[in-house]
Ligand binder design. Structure first.
Ligand SMILES: [Cu+2]
Length: 64
């Protein structure tokens, strides 16, 4: 599944890298793309949307 989530707290590349790294730690096969201008996280994953949302929150960010 591919999910798109808006994470308004993403301010810079460092945030994007941190989230990407965190998601990849949980699921190394996931494909994560983060658009800094729109703050959209696109993730191709076998995990559930709920798990992805939880992971982003655990990484210290909020989802809009
Ligand atoms: Cu940042």
């Amino acid at each position: 599944m591919t999910f798109k989530l808006k994470v308004p707290d993403i301010a810079c590349q460092g945030c994007a890298d941190g989230i990407t790294e965190f998601l990849l730690t949980l699921e190394p096969d996931a494909k994560v793309q983060i658009d800094l201008s729109t703050k959209m996280v696109t993730i191709e994953t076998s995990a559930s949307l709920e798990n992805i949302q939880q992971a982003i929150i655990e990484a210290g960010y909020t989802i809009e």
